[in-house]
Design a binder for this molecule. Structure first.
Ligand code: SAH
Ligand code: SF4
Ligand code: F3S
Length: 486
């Protein structure tokens, strides 16, 4: 996904080399970024303005919501001014994420005071977590809809049109929106998301997602492959398969004659077209199998990049986090990646600094794990207690904020050291790059990514968006590779 019309950074934690405006956005990243989604103009009578927060599941869901509402006579607009319906697709992952949305809501509410006909709705993870509290506290919210209830939107909007408030935050065990063709709002026409599963059954003790998104369920494999085919037919060159834990994807046909695991799904999508790059996110260290790694190795068009969040480098802390693996297990998975896919395969992580009772030595273990893996990229956060989670109920949030922040900075610094080295080792080599568009730094430069998901910038020559080009990398900024087409 790329080319947001508007990107505001609300990062509660700085992350890795910030690849400035040419940044590739990452499929898993709950960065706190907000994107106003692009406009579709087909002359429908009402206008929907939708903003998405949080992870790419939310961005992908906004495309489903737009599709459902398109059928109901809504075009999307990228201007708040003139919109008839404003939807915020919200994130609860950390307190800061919720604060950001609340601030935005109050801005929108003052806009509503000047435009009394405007309808305002809250979707996504905060809707699920706070339910009807929104209607009580934020008197100007008309609509609250949880992640599994989007099919109910037309009926709920009717209710609101009739002068009532409307809420549906029921979670489902089956809903995968498999039959809904998303309106590709988040796309540059080259890269797209395909949501392959919903929910999460893992119950990591710090995490609110199992509560906001409900039980894990996998989408029909045929509908996923069909979506990839349709995207290829429409000229797309890259798909990212999305799920909180893609390695536990498991789908079986109703008569039981066919069952598909993640490695098999990955292979089916890779076979759709050799011209289609396939990415996926997120991999859980407890589930990623050698079969998945061998499948990646077999297909050139499966990108050599794995987001493998460790959260901590210390086994006691991992146990408290209920991650169900320990440090030796994680290290072994990294060695398996290196064995099967080689040194070039990029690995990224999420780390939480200052989790409940984490000692200074245990924090050092996180730093030493970063040294062990030499991550290409990292998304790092300090621990933020979430109401209702296992950790909030059972563990004391006892690391002072200044200590959390200092540890986080040490994690970031260590990670950047390795990321810069990982960029530097790519200099002098030729990379296959999928051109995603013009570099925002210069009209004359194009920007794309290599298989490892590193941003590559080069003079445009005759290349076009959507082309695969070979680029000899001659230097690095530490956050992007610079080169020329050969
Ligand atoms: N399913 C993914 C993670 C989704 S949430 C996985 O298991 O890897 C994205 C990231 O947010 C997590 O990996 C974690 O690092 C961070 N996160 C989740 N809850 C958090 C909390 N309470 N405080 C700080 N960071 C948190
Ligand atoms: Fe949250 Fe853990 Fe599920 Fe990831 S695997 S979404 S961190 S509960
Ligand atoms: Fe994603 Fe945030 Fe929900 S990270 S799953 S939008 S809590």
């Amino acid at each position: 996904m790329s080319q947001p019309l508007l990107t505001l950074d609300f990062l509660d934690t700085p992350t890795l080399p910030t690849p400035a405006v040419d940044a590739a956005t990452h499929a898993h990243e709950p960065s706190g970024q907000v994107r106003v989604q692009a406009a579709t103009r087909t002359g429908k009578s009402r206008k929907l303005y939708i903003e998405s927060y949080g992870c790419q599941m939310n961005f992908s869901d906004s495309e489903i919501v737009s599709s459902i509402l398109f059928e109901q006579g809504f075009d999307t607009t990228d201007q708040l001014e003139g919109a008839d319906l404003v939807l915020l697709n919200t994130c609860s992952i950390r307190e800061k994420a919720e604060q950001t949305v609340r601030m935005r809501l109050s801005q929108i509410n003052s806009h509503k005071k000047r435009n009394p006909g405007l309808l305002v709705g809250v979707l996504g993870c905060m809707a699920e977590r706070l339910k009807s509290k929104f209607l009580e506290e934020e008197k100007l919210v008309d609509l609250v809809v949880g992640p599994d209830a989007y099919r109910d939107l037309p009926q709920l909007i009717q209710q609101v049109d009739g002068g009532q408030k409307a809420v549906n935050v029921l979670l489902s065990r089956e809903e995968t929106y498999a039959d809904i063709t998303p309106v590709r709002l988040n796309s540059n026409g080259i890269t797209a998301f395909i949501s392959i599963m919903r929910g999460c059954d893992n119950m990591c003790s710090f995490c609110v997602v199992p509560f906001t998104r409900g039980r894990e369920r996998s989408r029909d494999a045929h509908s996923i492959v069909q979506e990839a085919r349709d995207l290829v037919a429409a000229g797309y060159k890259e798909v990212t398969l999305l799920g909180q834990n893609v390695d536990s994807y498991k789908w079986a046909s109703e008569d039981g004659s066919e069952s598909v695991n993640f490695a098999q799904l990955l292979e089916r999508v890779a076979l759709v077209s050799p011209e289609l790059r396939v990415r996926f996110s997120t991999s859980h260290p407890k589930d990623i199998t050698d079969e998945v790694l061998h499948t990646m190795a077999r297909y050139d068009n499966i990108c050599k990049y794995i987001h493998l969040p460790a959260q901590s480098g210390n086994s006691r802390v991992l146990k408290l986090m209920n991650r169900t693996y320990d440090r030796p297990w994680y290290e072994e998975r990294v060695l398996a990646i290196r064995r099967i896919l080689g040194e070039d395969c990029a690995i990224s992580t999420d780390m939480i600094a200052g989790f409940c009772s984490e000692t200074e030595e245990e924090h050092q273990d996180t730093l030493s794990l970063i040294d062990f893996v030499q991550y290409d990229m990292g998304y790092n956060f300090f621990y933020s207690e979430r109401p209702g989670t296992l950790a909030a109920r059972k563990l004391a949030d006892d690391i002072p904020l200044d200590v959390k922040k200092r540890r986080l900075q040490e994690v970031i610094d260590r990670q950047q050291l390795h990321a810069r080295a990982r960029y530097a080792r790519m200099v002098g080599r030729v990379h296959q790059v999928l051109v995603e568009g013009r570099s925002k730094r210069s009209e004359e430069q194009l920007s794309g990514r290599n298989s490892q998901n590193q941003v590559v910038i080069f003079p445009r020559g005759t290349a076009q968006k959507g082309d695969y080009v070979n680029v000899l990398v001659t230097s690095t900024t530490g956050a992007a590779l610079i080169g020329e087409i050969v």
